[in-house]
Design a protein around this ligand. Sequence first.
Ligand code: HEC
Length: 135
Amino acid sequence: MKRSFVLAFALGLAICVVNVRAEEKEKDKKEITIKDVMKAHAKDKGHLAKSRAAVKGKKWEDAAEVAKEWVVLAEALAKAEPPKGEAESWKKLAGSYEKAVKTFAEAAKAEDAKKANGALGYLGGSCAACHKAHK
Ligand code: HEC
């Protein structure tokens, strides 16, 4: 009798631990928010500013490294749900953003300044339209 009680208690505890672990995992997956992605646009230390500086200085390795992180953010942005606006519009705008970041990543790898600047130019001008519709 006593033994089965201890067993049941241990089992209950084990289930609790597994549940907490599962919740933590879920949280990890959702970790990147839209606001986190927007930090990529911070004046000096954001991905956009760093990318511009790397291309200007022809530091292609730096550019490729920044681009790699930025692609992860852009992919998360495209999957995120905006606080307002139509889903169809978000798909278009966040999709274009993701595509441009990926184009920049390709350009950095290929050391293609023209392509890199084209993508950065698009990204630098992408803010207003998206904020108007979704922020
Ligand atoms: C694809 C859409 C999209 C693009 C492109 C975009 N933003 Fe945003 N941005 C948002 C949304 C949506 C929010 C509001 C997020 C929220 O409140 O959760 C936001 C919020 C912000 C914030 C406030 C973040 C905070 O912590 O409150 C800043 C700063 C920002 N954006 C800067 C920029 C700049 C600079 C650019 C262009 C270089 C840009 N964004 C491009 C969608 C976008």
